[in-house]
Design a protein around this ligand. Structure first.
Ligand code: 3NM
Ligand code: MG
Length: 496
């Protein structure tokens, strides 16, 4: 049984200047990588064999396999444990004939077809790539993202083994593995990493981080179901906690709602910071309770800031809440949503029916600008499906709101029609969710939408409210006046 979980692929041109490749591999093996592939594109045969010998000494002592990239002759010369071949290298059948059945042969595949053929022809494992963008190798195809990796994996026989490669690092490995959990219980065997390990300043620390992230990704427990009454008590608890702790909510959001959402955060009990410049997002990172990314009024500076802040948040394990405003309305917004959901581990996505259907890739609900045209008559199934696909909590707003973590789905029947008459109420709902995100993300999504819905009902009832504008002011007041008791009394929550 080969352990492919933490797979090191070498590249001596990327090794950090403080070491050579042999030291790097020694440190990585000592720190617990589970398999090594010697991948050298420039070495002459003699030097290649000599390097392979040195690495084999290291891997043998640790009792882990050493594979050779491409060069079957080098693998034979040093009696390595196997080879890894690409689509343009020696055909698998010939490599197998030369190496025999006792050796490991891995094959790179970028499509379902390539992967299927390799498995049929007896590859021991498939290297699916590229998952993300990488500067380590010139890619021939657009990176497929974790969802693309799962599509290939699910097309293979259940016993096929696969890892993925390309842009994997300690901040995305957890999500990549978690995303690979398929419907029939299969998953990736592990992740293959080049630059994040070989170019690291501190290899043992980096390998430890990676191994922890990989281990977290393999945990795939089905959460226990919670009855609505129990959940309402949790909502009341997280409300009290929010008021007691006032978490810092970092917003990268649009110009239309920036002031309103900052006020909504304060009113609810959080502490807003609206920073989009990449220069400052890293500095803020460690104090931030949650990161809210909103793709309205997009510009390039926002996107750079979102990706930078998002990666830092994933590294710090700070929850990210994404509001894909108008995702179905323009291709720029859609591709930005895809960029963010592909490259970041998003905890919660909040959107209207059009935005969520765009995320699901079904387009079952149309968008006109940032508004959905109509809703869906099966919101519960839509959020459950999308959550299973994205491995994020999905919160969908509408006349009825729906929240799902893929296993547990609830509907919320609060709110007021004035919410649809003011701009930014959806963005404020996302802010409310982000305020609660220190806790269980399903509870956070419900608490956020519940707070908006209940506050809206209180606001609409006020004698000083006689239209959208007075409503907006009253809404901020009523977010401020909200109490755990009001939430418990007014929240209409159902299990779907
Ligand atoms: N193969 P890094 S991507 C060797 O897509 C390799 O098949 C790929 O390097 C493929 O971990 C890649 O530094 C390089 O991003 C991965
Ligand atoms: Mg090759």
């Amino acid at each position: 049984m080969v352990d492919y979980s933490c797979y090191l692929v070498t590249d001596s041109s990327l090794v950090h200047h403080s070491r050579n490749l042999v030291d790097t591999v020694q440190q990585a093996v000592d720190a617990g990588v589970t398999i090594v592939q010697l991948r050298e594109k420039e070495l002459e045969t003699g030097a290649f064999i000599e390097l392979a010998r040195k690495l084999l000494e290291i891997t043998k002592k640790a009792n882990i396999p050493l594979l050779i990239n491409d060069r079957v002759d080098v693998a034979l010369a040093v009696d390595a444990d196997g080879v890894h071949i690409g689509q343009d290298d020696m055909p698998l059948s010939i490599a197998r004939r030369l190496l025999g059945n006792g050796k490991i042969i891995g094959v790179t595949a970028a499509t379902i077809e390539e992967a299927k053929v390799a498995v049929e022809n007896g590859a021991d494992y498939i290297g699916i790539g590229a998952c993300f963008g990488t500067s380590t190798k010139k890619l021939k195809k657009i990176p497929m993202g974790p969802r693309g990796v799962l599509e290939i994996l699910e097309a293979l026989p259940a016993n096929a083994k696969a890892v993925t490669i390309g842009g994997i690092n300690s901040s995305n490995a957890e999500r990549v593995i978690r995303h690979s959990h398929g419907s029939d219980g299969r998953k990736l065997e592990g992740v293959a990493v080049v630059s994040d390990i070989v170019a690291a300043e501190n290899v043992p620390e980096k390998v430890a981080e990676l191994k922890q992230a990989i281990a977290r990704g393999f945990i795939n427990t089905v959460p226990a179901s919670i009855y609505p009454d129990e959940l309402k008590l949790k909502v009341a608890q997280v409300f009290d906690k929010l008021r007691a702790t006032s978490p810092l909510v970092h917003h990268i959001t649009n110009f239309v709602v920036m002031n309103d959402t900052a006020n909504a955060t304060l009113a609810l009990g959080g502490s807003p910071i609206m920073a989009q410049n990449i220069e400052e997002v890293h500095e803020l990172g460690k104090f931030v309770g949650s990161l809210l990314l909103n793709i309205g009024t997009l510009n390039n500076e926002f996107v750079t800031g979102m990706v930078g802040a998002g990666k830092a948040a994933n590294k710090n394990r700070t929850p990210i809440i994404l509001d894909p405003v108008g995702a179905g309305a323009s291709s720029l917004r859609k591709s930005t949503m895809k960029l963010l959901t592909d490259s970041l581990d998003i905890g919660i996505v909040k959107g209207n029916a059009g935005e969520i259907s765009c995320l699901a890739g079904t387009g079952e609900v149309e968008m006109r600008g940032v508004d959905s045209v109509g809703g869906t008559n099966d919101g519960a199934s839509m959020v459950t499906r999308t959550s299973k696909l994205e491995k994020s909590v999905i919160a969908m707003t509408g006349v009825v709101d729906y929240v799902s973590d893929g296993h547990r789905t609830y509907s919320i029947h609060n709110g007021h029609e004035y919410l649809g008459k003011i701009t930014g109420s959806g963005c404020m709902a996302t802010t409310a969710i982000a305020c609660y995100a220190a806790d269980d993300l399903l509870v956070a999504a419900i608490a956020g939408l519940a707070s908006m819905g209940v506050a809206a009902e209180y606001a609409a009832k006020r004698s000083d409210v006689n239209g959208p504008n007075t409503f907006k002011a009253a809404l901020i007041d009523e977010l401020h006046n909200l109490t755990a008791e009001k939430l418990l009394q007014s929240l209409k929550l159902q299990k779907c």
